[in-house]
Design a protein around this ligand. Structure first.
Ligand code: PLP
Length: 365
């Protein structure tokens, strides 16, 4: 038998399942209009300031970008009261998750996480030859006791997705502080706060940067993909200790965030009203959905991000297909072993009403 040319981890590595693209559904079902509430994108689009910055920067794309994105890091540092060297930027939060695994995981090292949670934690850990120790949610919550009980000499990373994607609930300040008090200091705590701006409307939502102040072996991950509406440009960022950031820097793509992304991210930070309007709209959209679910007696998890996890009371695979026929895309829960659930992103009010109308037809069939 000839030797395999591939890394051995690839033989079992699962692939990330992204939301179904609009164009694909249009083509498959011969539709001209499709509403996609499947990838937690921003229905308001990017800030006008970001669009202007992108147009201005377009003339400079013959020049490589700043490899460390200093203008953006300086702005983030002053906004959040940390030092520039405590920040790293990535081609989306997804690249930062890769960097985290590349920085800490040697073959056989362990990482503790919930399931379901954001799928790139186990994918990035497994890719490095690490072992993902996955703890099923208990009544939709992280099983903190179970997760802590598994921490041992081999544990390098401990992932908390807050709010948890796809569920949308949070670990409250008390719960997180208790966890921090019990987690050994030499285990790196990864706090994924991709939906920070949405969740921080909840007074019980803890700010990971407060944890980082007291606990240097913590990484707080955020992104411009969601609330800033820059998903198509791929800009994420993370805060940690200077020591951790300097090691992570070695693993990143050299020019990982392109000029347009860096310029747009800086500009979008100026547009506080756009961020507020985005979060307001998301609350309005999810509020509309919750009213409908209440009327229908459908149970759901109270959302903290820009999406909601709801029990449709029917096979989610079938609901997914039937909704697509009507030009609607959501994320079916069966991909996370929640057979009758769906994760639905907030939309603008027109999209939201059309989606709920279509869902009502599917459920009434
Ligand atoms: C919990 C969570 N973390 C990280 C990411 C990655 O975000 P990005 O689009 O910046 O790669 C996402 C995106 O869906 C997410 O939901």
């Amino acid at each position: 038998m000839s030797k395999s040319i591939f890394r051995k981890e690839l033989s079992t590595l699962k692939s990330y399942v992204p939301g179904k693209p609009i164009e694909k559904v249009m083509e498959e079902y011969g539709l001209t209009e499709v509403v996609k509430l499947a990838s937690n994108e921003n229905p308001l689009g990017p800030s006008k300031l970001a669009i202007e910055a992108i147009k201005k920067e377009a003339a400079n794309v013959n020049i490589y970008p700043d490899p460390t994105g200093d203008a953006l890091r300086i702005k983030l540092a002053s906004r959040h009261g940390v030092e520039k060297d405590q920040i790293i930027i990535g081609s989306g939060g997804e690249e930062i998750l890769k960097m985290i695994a590349m920085t800490f995981i040697d073959s056989g090292d362990e990482a503790v996480m919930a399931t379901p949670t954001f799928d790139l934690y186990d994918i990035t850990v497994d890719h490095m030859g690490g072992i993902s120790k996955k703890f099923p949610l208990m009544d939709f919550e992280h099983d903190i006791e179970g997760m802590l009980s598994d921490v041992n000499e081999k544990t390098k990373l401990f992932y908390i997705c807050n709010p948890n994607n796809p569920i949308g609930n949070i670990l409250t300040r008390d719960v997180l502080e208790d966890l921090v008090a019990r987690l050994p200091e030499d285990v790196v705590l990864v706090l994924d706060e991709a939906y920070f701006e949405y969740a921080s409307r909840n007074p019980d939502y803890p700010d990971g940067l407060e944890i980082l102040k007291e606990r240097p072996n913590t990484i707080v991950l955020r992104t411009f993909a969601k609330v800033a509406g820059l998903a198509g440009l791929r800009v994420g960022y993370a805060f940690s200790s200077k020591e951790i950031i300097s090691q992570m820097m070695k693993t990143k793509g050299v020019f990982n965030v392109n000029r347009l992304g860096q310029a747009a991210a800086v500009a979008s930070m100026e547009d506080v009203a756009h961020i507020d309007n985005t979060v307001d709209l998301s609350h309005e959209s999810l509020g509309y959905m919750m009213n409908y679910f209440d009327e229908k007696g459908l149970s759901y998890i109270k959302p903290n991000g820009n999406f909601i996890f709801v029990d449709l009371g029917m096979d989610s695979k079938e609901a997914f297909t039937e909704l697509q026929k009507k030009g609607m895309i959501m994320r079916p829960g069966y991909i996370w072993q929640y057979q009758t659930y769906a994760r639905i992103s907030s939309g603008d009010m027109d999209q939201t009403k059309k989606f709920i109308h279509a869902l009502d037809e599917v459920l009434s069939k």
